[in-house]
Design a protein around this ligand. Sequence first.
Ligand code: NDP
Length: 265
Amino acid sequence: MAKALFAIFGNPVSHSKSPLMHNLAFKGLEYDGCYARYRLEDGSKLKEKFFELGLKGINITVPHKEYAYAACDELDPFAKKVGAVNTIVEKNGKLHGYNTDAPGFLKAISEFKEIKTVLFLGAGGTAQSTSVILKEEGYDVTLLNRSEGRLTKFKEAGFKTFTFDDFQPKHYDLIINMTSAGLEDDALPAPKEILEKVMPSSKACVDVIYGKETAFLKLARAYNKPVKDGSDMLLYQGIIAFEYFTENQYAFKTIKIHMQKAFTL
Ligand code: NDP
């Protein structure tokens, strides 16, 4: 059988860790696969490029997760519900789509015990899929966003939503930075006065940004809160995608042993 080819599609993709993660797992598990990166400028060409490159599976990152959803012939029920696909596998000429960001995130926060109420800072694409899975798991999720626009669909889906102007602080067990504030700068995801009202009584704080200590995490540390960045979310979404790529031939724990080396190199 020919080597199975995989890739990450996005724009930009140059700094993605996915090729390293998946290639370490292929090597460690002696699976005859290879994972590359492909900068896709026009998301509407996703399906065409997939077949042109002779791929078996892809991950999709910003800004093409909605195009990926539209390109699929078959959708996993959860991906269908949230309208975003970050993993596609080809089976008998058909593209099957999954969302592994949300279950990866759920697993990443499961180390924090006795969490019931969660405050999301941000209401973008990542908040969309992760809020749905948390709600399904019985968490009580509130969203606080800088501007009103993106909150509408969350409000319609039954979530409590606030902007900085109408927020009424109360106790939240877990506070999560779901924004890109702090990614390229030292910005906080919400005004400091708001964070200073909710952080002291929280049990833990999480950032989806990985590979750096953001201003948000620094502030949480100053309150002696347990913190974690987005590395485990990234690792776990990759492991779950790998399970789909290799049709569940390997256990989660076994894949993890190899894939997590990407975070120590
Ligand atoms: P989107 O572009 O869909 O949404 C961005 C969100 O951030 C919006 O709510 C926006 O608010 C808010 N925002 C941006 N800048 C600021 C700011 N300076 N102050 C306050 N709010 C701000 O982004 P995504 O949901 O795709 O990504 C969000 C983050 O998640 C990124 O940092 C990304 O790197 C990270 N991520 C991590 C993953 C992982 O595996 N660890 C996986 C996927 C994403 P507004 O509506 O007002 O514009």
